[in-house]
Design a protein around this ligand. Structure first.
Ligand SMILES: O=P(O)(O)OC[C@H]1O[C@H](O[C@H]2O[C@H](CO)[C@@H](O)[C@H](O)[C@H]2O)[C@H](O)[C@@H](O)[C@@H]1O
Length: 258
C-alpha cells in the first residue's frame, strides 16, 4: 500500500443532515413530552467538530425548539419544514411574510375544531401549522377535512401528512429545498450529503441528497426514495458517533504519516 493510500480518507468528506423527531429523539405522546438523551448534544458536537461544522438539522419544528432541546448547540437548522433557515454562519433568513400570514390564517381557521376537540393539538409555527391527532386517532378524517378547507383559502400552501399529524406548509418550502440551499454554501459546499429521516415529510430531502451524489437513510419501515435504511434512534446515534470516529481516525493517521 502506498503512503497516499494509507492516508486517503476512508470515506469522502461528508455533510450530515438529520431530521429531529423520530430520528434523533423517540416519538412521544405530545410535542412537548419528548425525552432528549443527556448525551445527544455532546455526541452531535463531536460530529460537528470532526465534520468541520457540516452538520445540520432539517425539521418540522421551529428553530427555537431545536435550540432548546439541543442546548447549548446552535446548529445550522431548517425549521418549520424549510420555511425557516439558519445558515452555518449564524445568519437567519427572513421568513416570507406571505408564509407567516398564510400560516396564521390557517391556524385561525382550525381554532373552532380544536376548541370543540381538546384532545387535538394545534401547533402554530412561523410559516407552517401542525394539527396533531395522536391523542384522538378517530379524528383523523375530521382533521383532514378541516385542514383541506383551511388550506383551500390559502393557495400557496400545501398539506403534508406526518406521524399522527397533518401539517400545512408553503408549497415553495421543503426539507429538500433546504438541503439544496445548505449544499450551495460553506461548509457544506463540495461535500457528499447524507440525510437521515423517518417520515414522509423527509422524502424530499432523501431525493435531494441522492440527486447531489449522496444518500438518504430512512429510519424504519415504509415506502421510501432513500437508498439505505437504519432500524432505530439508537442506531442513528451510533452512526453519528461512528462517522465522527472514522474522520478522527483518518485525521490522526494523516498526522502520524506527515
Ligand atoms: O421533521 P421532524 O423533526 O421529524 O418533526 C416533525 C414533527 O415532529 C413533531 O411532531 C411529531 O413528534 C411528536 C413528539 O414525538 C409527536 O407527539 C407527534 O405525533 C409527531 O407528529 C412536532 O411537534 C412537529 O412540529 C414536527 O413538524
Amino acid at each position: 500500500m502506498s503512503q497516499i493510500d494509507a492516508i486517503s480518507p476512508a470515506i469522502p468528506l461528508l455533510a450530515i443532515f438529520t431530521d429531529f423527531d423520530g430520528t434523533l429523539v423517540e416519538l412521544a405522546d405530545t410535542p412537548d413530552s419528548i425525552q432528549v438523551d443527556d448525551t445527544l448534544a455532546d455526541q452531535i458536537q463531536r460530529a460537528v467538530t470532526e465534520l468541520d461544522s457540516a452538520f445540520a438539522v432539517l425539521t418540522g419544528r421551529e428553530i427555537s425548539d431545536i435550540d432548546k432541546y439541543l442546548a447549548p448547540l446552535h446548529l445550522p437548522i431548517a425549521g418549520a419544514h424549510g420555511t425557516q433557515r439558519r445558515r452555518a454562519d449564524g445568519f437567519v433568513e427572513t421568513v416570507d411574510p406571505a408564509a407567516v400570514l398564510g400560516a396564521e390564517q390557517i391556524a385561525q381557521a382550525l381554532e373552532s375544531l380544536v376548541i370543540a376537540n381538546p384532545s387535538l393539538i394545534l401547533e402554530p409555527k412561523e410559516g407552517a401549522v401542525a394539527l396533531h391527532y395522536r391523542q384522538a386517532p378517530e379524528l383523523e378524517d375530521a382533521v383532514r377535512i378541516a385542514m383541506e378547507e383551511a388550506v383551500h383559502n390559502v393557495p400557496d400552501f400545501t398539506l403534508v401528512p406526518g406521524k399522527m399529524v397533518l401539517e400545512a406548509r408553503p408549497r415553495a418550502a421543503s426539507k429538500g429545498e433546504a438541503l439544496r440551499a445548505f449544499m450551495r454554501e460553506e461548509p457544506f459546499l463540495g461535500r457528499t450529503p447524507i440525510f437521515i429521516g423517518d417520515d414522509t415529510t423527509d422524502e424530499d430531502a432523501f431525493i435531494a441528497a441522492q440527486d447531489l451524489g449522496g444518500v438518504g437513510i430512512k429510519l424504519g419501515d415504509g415506502e421510501t426514495a432513500a437508498r439505505m435504511r437504519i432500524p432505530n434512534v439508537a442506531s442513528v446515534h451510533a452512526l453519528i458517533r461512528g462517522l465522527g470516529d472514522i474522520v478522527a481516525r483518518d485525521r490522526d493517521a494523516a498526522a502520524i504519516t506527515h
